[in-house]
Design a protein around this ligand. Structure first.
Ligand code: SAH
Ligand code: DHB
Ligand code: MG
Length: 221
């Protein structure tokens, strides 16, 4: 199976390039114990988010879709001690697991987890007070990606990065007939980003431990 090969290649590079990480391992174990779905970013994707945040010297990070905080930990570890990450999660049980994982990672002081619907949480964030955010990672309900992207843009500054996960979903994004909300959401997002003069963006297709998908990376101009 080709998907098994993608996983083996991911595992091969993870063994070589990712340090053993008992904190991240324990977070995934706590997610399993809490019956959270295994839809966290892959270790390689997590490292990419971390490296991007480090590269731009991010001090403020916004995340939409926390789950158990796996991607949150990767991102928050890029912050300086006075940095801040705001992350949004609608599900109280997931937020509870994430709060515990984030504390276990020693990141409780830099991570601010807001429990509730992201459209509400984002609508009450103010660029001048809470931001501007140097990096936003959008990874929640895929049908609302366009709205989250618009909020991220409002809360950004020139040079900020906005990353949107899961925009390819097995290639279903190019199926004109599809009514699958994630694929429809991806097309709507891509078309909105295409019209948006304030960003320059690219989509990278990915294969790996999580199958065939991809992410959008936009830089605010
Ligand atoms: N970023 C995480 C995975 C997030 S999975 C990681 O890589 O580790 C997507 C999460 O978005 C789920 O936990 C889901 O409960 C949450 N979510 C879905 N709809 C939401 C909404 N309207 N507001 C906030 N969070 C939402
Ligand atoms: C799903 C959500 C994700 O964020 C992801 O990266 C993979 C799958 C899902 O809801 O199925
Ligand atoms: Mg995702």
């Amino acid at each position: 199976m080709i998907a098994e090969l993608w996983r083996s290649v991911d595992d091969y590079f993870s063994t070589l390039l990712l340090d053993p990480d008992p904190v991240l391992d324990a977070a995934l174990e706590a997610n399993r114990a809490g019956a959270l779905p295994s839809i966290d970013v892959s270790p390689q994707q997590g490292k990419l988010l971390h490296l991007l945040a480090c590269s731009i010297g991010a001090r403020r990070i916004l995340e939409v879709g926390t789950l158990g905080g796996y991607s949150t930990i990767w991102l928050a570890r890029a912050l300086p001690p006075d940095g801040r990450l705001i992350t949004c999660e609608i599900d109280p049980h997931r937020a509870e697991v994430a709060t515990s994982n984030i504390a276990m990672a020693g990141l409780a002081d830099v991570v601010d987890l807001r429990v509730g619907a992201a459209d509400h949480t984002l609508s009450i964030l103010d660029a001048a007070v809470d931001g501007p955010f140097d990096l936003t990672f959008i990874d929640a309900d895929k049908g609302s990606g366009t709205e989250y992207f618009e909020h991220a843009l409002r809360l950004s500054r020139p040079g900020s990065l906005i990353i949107v996960d899961n925009v390819v979903r097995g290639g279903r994004v190019v199926d004109n007939e599809t009514t699958e909300p994630t694929a429809v959401g991806s097309r709507r997002l891509a078309e909105a980003v295409a019209r948006e003069k304030r960003v320059s963006a690219t989509v990278i297709q990915t294969v790996g431990a999580k199958g065939y998908d991809g992410f959008l990376l936009a830089r605010v101009e």
